[in-house]
Design a protein around this ligand. Sequence first.
Ligand code: 2DT
Length: 212
Amino acid sequence: RGGKEDSRGALVVLEGLDRCGKTTQSTRLVANLERLGHSAELWRFPDRTTSVGQMISSYLSNKSQLDDHTIHLLFSANRWEKRSLMESKLKSGITLVVDRYSYSGVAFSSAKGLDIEWCKAPEIGLLAPDLVVYLDIPPEKAAERGGYGGERYEQLEFQKKVGQNYQVLRGPTWKIIDACSPMEGIEEQLQNMALDCVKTCQEGKPLSCLWS
Ligand code: 2DT
């Protein structure tokens, strides 16, 4: 077990409400992993660079309207179109730090009233993260941080529902960090969690699929 041939990169996902600090922290994590000699890349979903991603982007900025089920499936398709690249990167030893993933997909769509099991279904078979770090912030605190842009979903009442849905999704691969604690402390906790995870993947922990 754990021979070099099974060694791979880790799939680390950051989740949380808007303004919880995911983007800052995922950027720092990648820099820290690289500084410590690991190869790592920063990914994010939605990936707005693809043609599916452009449809999503236009929806989020209220430039187009879509049925709730339709946009849900587009978010999922946006992950499916990156799945094989994701797998090959991981197998080549690169750790992927991903800013939002399937949990955002389910938490946001079910906050609109869609059935949670229906929301989870199209995610079945995507790669399962080795670690999900949830940056925990009360929705009121996130709103105080200001800078909610004009995008769809960036409203307090909606974010409260999203937060409740995230709680339902929490599982054994989840670790929670208090997003209101000082930034340097968050950075350090996150780095330590990620390093542990990278190590188990280097040692040959097998890749698995959602929803495991
Ligand atoms: P950013 O502000 O992080 O770019 O996110 N979202 C995201 C969904 O509703 N479903 C998904 O599958 C994903 C990945 C969360 C843009 C918004 O899109 C939401 C916020």
